[in-house]
Design a protein around this ligand. Structure first.
Ligand SMILES: O=P(O)(O)O[C@H]1O[C@H](CO)[C@@H](O)[C@H]1O
Ligand SMILES: O=c1cc[nH]c(=O)[nH]1
Length: 236
């Protein structure tokens, strides 16, 4: 076991899906994986491994925010040898044309977190997705008729901002949506030379203030999870 995960070495697959919500990890394992085995309950951050179309796949909750997610991602890569890590999360839209229930594939992730200032000082590191996973996920999503946007997102350290208009500056620079973990995932993937992608479903809209119902979220989250699993399967 590692510091925050209780699985045995070798128990976790090279491919791992990463929802923020540990109960979404359980839902994914029970709905999409064959013979899922739960191997983590430490801090309630549920983790499971099973098979998908005959291939070993894991799913691990990461909690909310870059610091929490980076703890799990670091241990998954360094201790368990994970090589394809796909975040499956929710996000808030910053653009008129990016609607609730749409999929967002994060080509890159800006952040207001200090993680990379600690590493690179005043220079900026650009956290980006693995191109092969990104391309395959886009192909699968569009072939299935899922409305899908590819572009830059913001991984923010704050869910509740002081200024409700803060999103406008990011939106003017083309940022599609906000969530809270992808920049940390992409940074660690770059550090360790593994593949990572963030796939998000738009759960709420910062401009129109629309929100999805729990049922709608579940249905569109299923689309995102199918795309993530099939893209992971197809990419070496
Ligand atoms: O739905 P998840 O994966 O948790 O992702 C989003 O939802 C949480 C905020 O409500 C943050 O973790 C954000 O990134
Ligand atoms: O981080 C998040 C996730 C969903 N919606 C938001 O507005 N922010």
């Amino acid at each position: 076991m590692s510091v925050h995960l209780s699985a045995e070495k070798g128990q976790i697959a090279e491919t791992v899906l990463l929802p923020g919500d540990p109960l979404r990890a359980q839902f994914i394992a029970e709905t999409f994986l064959e013979n899922p085995v739960q191997h983590n309950t430490v801090r309630g951050m549920l983790g499971f491994t099973g098979t998908y179309k005959g291939k070993k796949v894991s799913v691990q909750g990461t909690g909310m925010g870059i610091p929490s997610a980076m703890i799990y991602i670091n241990e998954l890569i360094e201790f368990y040898g994970c090589k394809k890590l796909i975040r499956v999360g929710s996000c808030g839209s910053y653009q008129e044309g990016v609607h609730i229930r749409d999929l967002v594939l994060a080509q890159a992730a800006c952040t207001d977190s200090n993680i990379n200032n600690l590493r690179f000082g005043t220079a900026n590191f650009a956290p980006i997705a693995d191109f092969s996973l990104l391309m395959r996920a886009y192909q699968i999503a569009t072939e299935r008729g899922f409305t899908t946007h590819v572009g830059n997102i913001l991984s923010s350290d704050t869910f509740y901002t002081d200024d409700p208009k803060e999103y406008e500056r990011w939106a003017r620079f083309g940022v599609l949506a906000v969530e809270m973990e992808a920049a940390g995932l992409y940074t660690l993937a770059a550090k360790y030379g593994v593949k990572a992608l963030g796939i998000m479903t738009v759960s709420d809209h910062l401009i129109s203030k629309e929100e999805t119902t729990a049922e709608e979220r579940q249905q569109t989250f299923n689309q995102m999870i199918e795309v993530a699993l099939d893209a992971a399967l197809d990419v070496e």
